[in-house]
Design a protein around this ligand. Sequence first.
Ligand SMILES: [Zn+2]
Length: 454
Amino acid sequence: MNKSIRNAGQRCQRLSQSFPKDNLVAGLLLLLFIFSCSPRSENSLKLLRSANAYSEKGKVVITAFKSMHYWGEEHRDLYREIRIYRLSCPDFVFGKDYEEYFSDLDFKDGECIFQGSLEPILGSKYRFVDDATETGAVYAYWIAASAGKPTGPLPVKIRDEQVWWPYHRVMERLEELQNQYPRLVKVEEIGKSVNRKPLLAVRIGHEKKAVALIGAIHAGESGPELIIPVVQKLLEQNSDLFRRISLVVIPSVNCDRRDKLAAGNPWYLRRNANNVDLNRNFPADWDHVDQTYGYMTSDPDAQTFRGPYAASEPETIAVMDYLRKNKPVAVFSFHCLASIAGETLGISKAGAESQEYVNRCSTFADLYWQGVASPFAEKQKIVPLCTSGSLPEWCYRELGIPAFDMEEPFDPKDLAQCAIDATDRELLAKYQDIHYRGFVELLTRAPDEVSNPQ
Ligand SMILES: [Zn+2]
């Protein structure tokens, strides 16, 4: 047993002999004190706390801090040896498995990938980098010190940074575009996320008439990886288009949680950092409780929680202000899964009851689909699927403009691939091309109709 722990136990014994036994309060205090300093058995020692694992440039970084119980220099021996365990989780399924998949995993089923000494940073933090990982793989890690129990499991998925762009990549690519096309491209900050990341928007062109592209309102879905390459290709190959129309773009609305996915959170994330579904938070029939996917939007535990009140989230407010200011003629919001949005176009359910609104939406949808020229011709029909509190619902009710949630790919093979987060560079490139074709046609022939405030 550790010497200092034994000493603490002896100290407790001596104190109990000298304490007045007829004082009930003092007795209780004594019990509390004994409990708080009672010796811990060696094999139950949790020597490491606040452990974390995340992926960065294809490697996994594992960090942990010394337990506050054994923080001092006198406990140095307890940390003479650090061990890292790794368990591969090939049967984890994105979209079906969540945190609970990892809860009962055992480090004994994994392999010990490191055993040796590590110098603690500032005497308290351990950091280990595993560079023998495979892109696309899901792992659980544990970290242990000497005789202590391993701390974990720490789940992580190795995602390709070309397929799930980290926030810094979004920023860099926007800056590159602005530097390359200074007369056409203007990047601006339109607010801050819950975690105080700048929310970035980019305007391409100076024409008043504009189409809006909105990305990643749902973290685990799509946005910057499709939108920014489409914008870049439009600038490279069709920059004349911007003489008649502009694009106003917010590539990554839910940037906090999206960065968590890029950094290896294995399971689907939808809500923002306040656990609010941004696509239920807009002030558009917000009071109406919707039930979808087995969730109630009024339930704070639900994946579709609408928030404590309408427009409670800074991301929602930033999107609203930006669209009010720019008055686009149509809005396309990118959804579906794992960096891919397909050609399915959903509109406001309430708006779908107005034939006049459906006709206006169809004008834009048909132009987009003509550009795409999909072989799945039978699927080209707008779907009334956007519920109360969603962005399309708000665009319909407040701005009176056609607005679409872009959902499933028409090709079922592609849907099956992105649905399990198996999107690779090839599939991503295919959908960058599909949307490029769709938006070239849309921007070329978009009607001059401007927003129609009610
Ligand atoms: Zn979505």
